[in-house]
Design a protein around this ligand. Structure first.
Ligand code: PEP
Ligand code: MN
Length: 351
């Protein structure tokens, strides 16, 4: 159920509604809109009677939400959500580029790559300090020491940091050091981690599970939002299919499918989506062409020495070219990627 308040409803009227929802044993979620406030209700197991809320002063309308997910849905919030990550917008007209290596390997490696992607115009820096690896014998990440290196990279470049939390313990560390926490494909249905992410003080970058349906993906986001964290941005990173010419099959149609059902931003990760360096540029262009709110790409200055995902990492000079092409593609589809930090034109002289 979604309660839409009248324009200019008073704080007292809003409180009446939230008190009534709580008294019924449910959870109210105030959702500010450009015109009026709406209040989502979760926790009810059956349909609610709209009349019960419509009699409360200040309530314009109570609407049944027909989708199984509520807070993520466009029924509850029609306008696109813009999530702030370290002061930078993700979603809206501007496309966002997240770049960096798969893993934090050393301070020198991170500072080198961060400087290069910053120079090329990346918006956010990524690298994993906690790595969910298929084999327990593979490099597992530097952990807390890696987070400290990432914080150093932010100090030097000004780029906000997105990095993965693999469990509740690492989430507590990640939110202290990073600007957004990633929940990776392998954890998309780790419900206790999702609930913890919902209580996090930082926005959550939620990647699609490798065999997750659209509904499962949106339900995972719903878990996070239902705990009160509305800063969620999604990422398509490819799914498992019979195709063996790529590491995963990048499911670009999920972008317009998500946009139809949800107000949340969705980015595309062509690095894990293809597993192949030479495919990252064309699939980045394609992602923007189908309406993604941005891309996340892995970049490494010495991919042959990378401790994880070297074959899919592009070189810094390839990233510079990618940025050029992304800006061109963004312009073609009514989006933009001008430098959010760039100073505007000088003020015109009055004389
Ligand atoms: C990653 O972003 O480095 C990563 C492990 O991605 P995914 O969870 O999509 O495999
Ligand atoms: Mn990786």
């Amino acid at each position: 159920m979604l309660i839409v308040m009248e324009k200019g409803a008073t704080a007292e009227q809003v409180r009446c509604v939230t008190d009534r929802i709580k008294a019924l044993g449910f959870k109210p979620h105030p959702i500010p809109g450009a015109e009026r406030l709406a209040i989502g209700i979760t926790g009810n197991h059956g349909p609610l009677d709209p009349a019960e809320f419509e009699i409360i002063p200040g309530v314009l309308q109570a609407i049944r939400v027909t989708k199984p997910y509520k807070l993520v849905s466009r029924e509850v919030k029609a306008a696109d959500t813009v999530v702030e990550v370290g002061g930078r917008p993700v979603g809206g007209r501007r496309v966002t580029v997240i770049a960096g290596p798969c893993a934090v390997e050393s301070e020198a490696q991170i500072l080198t790559i961060a400087a290069r992607v910053k120079e090329a115009g990346a918006d956010l820096f990524r690298a994993g300090a906690f790595k969910p690896r298929t084999s327990p014998y593979s490099f597992q990440g530097l952990g807390l020491a890696g987070l400290k290196i990432l914080a150093r990279a932010r100090d030097e470049t000004g780029l906000p940091i997105v990095t993965e939390a693999v469990d509740e313990e690492s989430m507590a560390m990640v939110e202290d050091y990073a600007d957004a926490a990633q929940v990776g494909a392998r954890n998309m249905q780790n419900f206790s981690l999702l609930k913890r992410a919902g209580k996090s003080k930082v926005p959550i970058f939620l990647k699609r599970g490798m065999s997750a349906t659209l509904d499962e993906f949106l339900m995972a986001a719903e878990y996070i939002m239902s705990e009160g964290n509305f800063g969620v941005f999604l990422c398509e990173r490819g799914v498992r299919t019979f195709a063996d010419h790529t590491r995963n099959t990048l499911d670009l149609p999920i972008v317009p499918a998500v946009k139809h059902l949800s107000h949340l931003p969705i980015l595309v990760d062509p690095s894990h989506g293809t597993g192949r360096r030479e495919m990252v540029l064309p699939l980045s262009r394609a992602a923007i062409a189908v309406g993604a709110d941005g891309i996340m790409v892995e970049v490494h200055h010495e991919p042959e020495k990378a401790l994880s995902d070297g074959p899919q990492a592009i070189l810094p000079e390839q990233f510079t070219e990618l940025m050029r092409q992304i800006r061109g593609m963004a312009g073609l589809v009514g989006r933009e990627h001008e430098d959010a930090q760039a100073p505007g034109p000088p003020p015109q002289s009055q004389s």
